[in-house]
Design a protein around this ligand. Sequence first.
Ligand code: IMP
Length: 435
Amino acid sequence: MPGLVIVGAQWGDEGKGKVVDLIAEHADAVIRFQGGNNAGHTIVRGDETYKFHLIPSGILYKGKLCVVGNGVVLDPRVLNEEIDGLRKRGTDLSGLRISANAHLIMPYHLLLDHAGEARLGKREIGTTKRGIGPCYADKAARLGIRVQDLLDEKILKQKITAALEPKRQTLREFAKDPRLDLHTMTEDYLAFGHRLEPYIADTPPIAWRALDDGRLVVFEGAQGTLLDIDHGTYPFVTSSNPVAGAACVGAGVGPNAIDDAWGVSKAYCTRVGAGPFPTELHDETGARIQGAGGEFGTTTGRPRRCGWLDLVALRYAVRVNGLTGVVITKLDVLTGIDPLRAATRYTGPEGASFDDFPYHQSVLHRARGALVELPGWEDDITGARRLVDLPPAAQGYLSFVEEQLGVPIVMVSVGPGRDQIIWTDAAERVRSAPA
Ligand code: IMP
């Protein structure tokens, strides 16, 4: 079995962590291909809850190859903390590999992220302030510092000096900040590098070998399609490409390595940070979804904006990612809401109507979801393990989504637990892969 990309089909936080965790059991390797510790995954195993920001979700399987790919931007302080936390809980980390080519988030990236948002004031993006944008900017400007640079003091110092030079003006208010002291920064990062050294590797060949052997390789995306810097709601986006095509670049494989792309979507919509959200709810139903779904960010704890399922945006995600399967999560959160609603098209100013996701920022900002009503259900669905266990209205909701998207639903999550999942027949190809 071949390459499977798993991406967020909305604005992130779709519950990809649980999906990747379940599929990782059948995989040889799990590879993160973009983003950084702006992401957050929560995995529930029995009574234990694990939160990850950088390490792929598969790490809880003993010896499973879990790769932080070259497309990731990595804060070594955060990664070391994550490693320490897992070690304390006795997790086997022998499968962890970190790309020597991944770029490092430096202390000045954090300061620049804060300063950039402060400068924008009311027009701020609402970033996670983890230094993601400034780090990718340095990568593009060829001023980035990579994991491999941690292993050579002279090179590290030279590169930090070069990277700081053009930022002096912007960072002048922090000129005396100990976090920007060249000596301290070099010492700290050398120490991080020393601790990460056992895991640093040339990572693309890990994927090539597994794929050559016909094993399943999972490419794990972070954030979501509508936060993509090219295809999302720019400028209210992250600074990387969370779409499926980026798996090739961020992991070092060709397009022929990808056989399936699954998009994960909640049964409704959420968004953190600023930016357009055509189906956003500002009423009691929105508050109810936020409460029932525990819609607060894993990384920043910020409340997430909530709204109805947006099928216009999802149809767009199907095309942009070339989705071959859709995973619906948190269906249980909709229990007790009747009727349910979903947007099948948008309306704009002066009676305009859109079937397709508008490319123009001004149009999108004014678009509102044109909603259809669908019957809700009252029965608890958290015990359902097959589609036929669901009440007819819940089955009807899923069939409607499938029909609108033209792509099969492969999994449905009905609760936070690992076992609270429905696999459909369409997922069989992945489930039957040799473990
Ligand atoms: P940045 O990635 O920290 O630069 O933030 C840019 C935008 O992406 C902001 O709106 C963030 O809230 C959003 N964002 C970044 N990472 C995530 C994520 O993992 N889930 C949801 N939103 C995210």
